[in-house]
Ligand binder design. Sequence first.
Ligand code: UTP
Length: 414
Amino acid sequence: MEDKLSEVKKILSKYNQEHLIQFYSELTGKQKSDLLNQILKIDFEEILNLYEESKLEVLNSTENIEPLDYSIKANFSKSEKKQLTSIGVKAIKSGKVGVITLAGGQGSRLGFSGPKGTFSLDTTPRKSLFEILCDYLKKYATRYNVNIPWYIMTSTNNYFDTISFFEQNNFFEYGRNNIIFFVQDNMPIVDINGKLVLSEIYKVNLASNGNGNLFSALRKANLIKDMEQKKLQWLFVGGIDNVLLDPLDPIFIGHTINSKFEIGSKTLFKENPSDISWVFARKNNRPAIADCENFTEEISKLTDGKGKYLYREKNMLAHIFSLKAITKMANIKFPYHRAFRKNAFVNFEGMKEVPEKPNIYKFEQFVFDAFSYFNNIALLRVNADEEFAPIKDFTSIYNPEVAAQRYEELILNS
Ligand code: UTP
């Protein structure tokens, strides 16, 4: 242990992170060895480089930005709807579609301590976010008498809690074998001065490294093979918190398959041209989601001359990837984006503090960075009133009360 301690001391001094062993003398033998092992596994070079790079001002240029084409669900004629639905249903019925749920987030804005999917909605009957999603899957599995594999990505922190929640609920009668859990990687978080943070006096705070870690996490868990064996061809990829999101919407599946592209995405119309939410665009001739900070209102108001806006399609985290596309992405190293978030930490007196405002930087990979590896993407604009009610926090419109009301109105009582 002494050798390990001196190795750790050397590393920490090289990277100015000595505070991580500030409480070392107060720890039990096991805590000491856990902490040293944890520190030895951290790539300080990588995390501190990310921190330094992220301080540089990013120049967002609108050069090389072109519009991406999209369809509008509400504008489909009856016969178009029928045709796309039948393509989607055929794929579901023949067992070619699986569902991936990204459930590895921290839910820090919601401030809920368990896995976000276990958060329950004040509906009658009460339902957790996991059960709500499972209900959508069960509907199609029963209707078409087919097994629809459900892959759930968790963080290292919430993996066991997620599984035990499913066990307690008997896997919502969906069948244990139809639900596959896998874990994503994590990454240290740093404070505004570039110091790593302790979550306990014996533990460095590691957070999941963003939903874009999906592809490599699938590969590491050997699940791409599993998907091949199950003869899946299309995988829906979505988040855990939008209670109106139907992962097996046949029109969306049909629209993506019909496009002949490898990927598809649902979009929402950006109502306000001065809203800085990122929008879908072709960037350097590849599909992307572009940061709009440098978009003038003028760009946001551009149309194709027939009233169709060019740069107003927002991401709602509802994508379809072909298995071929997932396989391609599994060996690609994704870039990291920096997010400023609120996270509890151990202060210099060894006490746990829960901050009121954002205090740390998290580095995250995003699923949508996959888009630029393809020539095109099938975009389908859907109506936010019908398909978008996420739970993000208690203060914005994306709060649990609104989501519960809309879920009751549109799904439970419809
Ligand atoms: P958000 O970015 O909204 O994060 O994730 P969050 O964890 O729900 O909440 P905040 O930002 O900490 O408040 C969108 C989706 O991506 C998943 C989340 O679980 C959610 O379904 N996600 C996010 C992951 O699977 N892994 C991650 O590392 C981050």
